[in-house]
Design a protein around this ligand. Structure first.
Ligand SMILES: [Zn+2]
Ligand SMILES: [Zn+2]
Length: 118
């Protein structure tokens, strides 16, 4: 009786550096690819599909979308630091898309950046 099946395996595609949103620093990271492997007698033989890729920080072991590789300190800061309203000068939390004081929209919304478009 032949026992075959499939399993998922991770492999390191690339080792690079990125600005980790967690460490708030330029650190080493691995780009990991998760692939589905065909197995025979529980031994992975060859990849049959790529399930996805992610980035793992060497410092904090945080796992991030590969888009994070394109982010710079400026992007991370824009997404995590309070922003100042251009209309009334109110300081707003990074999670707020609109000024909590005058309700006007954030002008330099980092989520509008083209790097987030697929
Ligand atoms: Zn990190
Ligand atoms: Zn305002």
């Amino acid at each position: 009786m032949i026992i075959w099946g499939s399993t998922s395996k991770e492999s390191t595609v690339d080792s690079t550096t990125f600005f980790c949103p967690n460490c708030r620093d330029e650190v080493d990271c691995d780009q990991i690819r998760v692939s589905r492997y065909f197995t025979l007698y529980f031994i992975p033989l060859f990849p049959v599909a790529t399930l996805g890729e992610y980035v793992r920080c060497d410092e904090c072991s945080g796992e991030f979308d590969t888009k994070v590789l394109k982010l710079t300190k400026r992007h991370i800061d824009a997404m995590t630091k309070p922003w100042k309203c251009g209309e009334c000068g109110n300081s707003n939390d990074a999670s707020q898309k609109r000024c909590v004081n005058c309700r006007c929209f954030r002008e330099d919304d980092p989520a509008d950046d083209s790097i987030f478009e697929e």
